[in-house]
Design a protein around this ligand. Structure first.
Ligand code: NDP
Length: 392
């Protein structure tokens, strides 16, 4: 039996992960589950999967969960806060850790899993954007295997040769092509984008996702974060990564080789495919995903991204090229701006402006350790909040 900890179990990726695990009770055992405040959601999952531990990041929520677990006579132990998250990420009973907490809050638990040498199924792309160099170095040092869950990176991983030890050039890879659906606003004009609402931004045409990543998808910052993520995962230079808008979301990404071959991974837009792939790797396992019917798909379209309407993508390239703390600053400013947009304190088009202003104000610094990363994150958040206050 393989023990699995699911960080962010009550979220969109967490629920899909548990759906795949549910299909293979003979192979996987749930070691621990975590959430932030959704006590009822985590309690219901504890009742079904009987994990050894359940963690609520919020201490009051953890107390409420503990009361419910005791009243129901369940053996699961409730833990609280960041220490609890890190504890279950490094748990001896967990062989695999699904890192699916949203945002920078996911970094330390994911890093704890890496330092414990786990197989880390990495959905939390912000961890790599914030701290890619450190994260990858620690993985190497501790023998942790990082398998990408983001559908694009999982697709790229599937199209890559088995070893990338000597880099993309040695492997004959010319370019990585990340596909982008274009999000819910692909066909909207700049004028129309001025007054779109959070609910419109979260109504993604192809994927059902959490609210933060849905807004990232609407601004195309999601693709920008993915470019940075791909640089770290595949040792790529930014200019080796291209973005192709592909509205059907059937091709999940591609790898172009020097001989002219382009390998693509296709499938339904359903996260259970990359989740099952990473759980089963190097074997294949049933995911519950409906087979792809190419006659139903019928056509595949491709277009270049429009950086005038979606400037976040360019800001992300700028940040990874600047290096050092710049990606962490980009990520923090984006989290602050997206939260303000979701709370209807900021118009959609200002999201990119807040991020750009923050990048302009916080000079990039070299990053050598975790403390410097967290400090860059803190300064950027403060600067982004100041920028928000000026615009309110
Ligand atoms: P959701 O918002 O649906 O879920 C987030 C999860 O994290 C929930 O379990 C939530 O708990 C928990 N959480 C939120 N804040 C904290 C915190 N401060 N401390 C601890 N736990 C917290 O997000 P998604 O599932 O959509 O996304 C998760 C990650 O996966 C993101 O990094 C996203 O970019 C990435 N990803 C998601 C995809 C998708 O299809 N959804 C696709 C590719 C990548 P609670 O329920 O209690 O709030």
């Amino acid at each position: 039996m393989i023990g699995v900890t699911v960080l962010g179990a009550t979220g969109s990726i967490g629920v899909s992960t548990l759906d795949v695990l549910r299909r293979h009770p003979e192979r996987y055992r749930v070691a621990a589950l975590t959430a932030n405040r959704d006590v009822d959601g985590l309690f219901a999952q504890c009742r079904e999967f009987h994990p050894g531990y359940a963690v609520m990041a919020d201490p009051a929520a953890a107390r409420a969960l503990e009361t419910k677990l005791k009243a129901a006579g369940l053996p699961t132990r409730a833990l609280a806060g960041p220490a609890g998250l890190e504890q279950v990420a490094a748990l001896g009973e967990a062989d695999f850790v699904m890192a699916a907490i949203v945002g920078a809050a996911g970094l330390l638990p994911a890093l704890a899993a890496v330092r414990a040498g786990k197989r880390v199924l990495l959905a939390n792309k912000e961890a790599l954007v914030l701290s890619g160099g450190l994260f990858m170095a620690e993985a190497q040092q501790h023998g942790a295997r990082i398998l990408p869950i983001d559908s694009e990176h999982n697709a790229v991983f599937q199209c890559m040769p088995p070893s990338l030890a000597d880099g993309l050039d040695q492997a004959g890879v010319r370019r990585i092509l990340l596909t982008a659906s274009g999000g819910p606003f692909r066909q909207k004009t700049l004028d129309q984008l001025a007054d779109v609402t959070p609910d419109q931004a979260c109504a993604h045409p192809n994927w059902a996702m959490g609210r933060k990543i849905s807004v990232d998808s609407a601004t195309m910052m999601n693709k920008g974060l993915e470019v940075i993520e791909a640089c770290w995962l595949f040792q790529a230079r930014p200019e080796q990564i291209g973005v192709v808008v592909h509205p059907q979301s059937v091709i999940h990404s591609m790898v172009e080789y020097v001989d002219g071959s382009v390998l693509a991974q296709l499938g339904q837009p359903d996260m259970r495919t990359p989740i099952a792939h990473a759980l089963g790797w190097p074997e294949r396992t049933e995911s519950g995903v409906r087979p792809l019917d190419l006659f139903e798909v019928a056509r595949l379209d491709f277009e270049p991204p429009d950086l005038t309407r979606f400037p976040c993508l360019e800001l992300a390239y700028r940040a990874i090229e600047a290096g050092g703390s710049a990606p962490a600053v980009l990520n923090a400013a984006n989290e602050v701006a997206v939260e303000a947009f979701l709370e209807q304190r900021l118009p959609f088009l200002r999201i990119a402006q807040i991020i750009e202003e923050t990048l302009n104000r916080v000079a990039p610094m070299a990053i050598d350790d975790l403390e410097q990363t967290l400090e860059a994150d803190r300064v950027a958040r403060e600067t982004a909040h100041q920028a928000l206050a000026r615009r309110d």
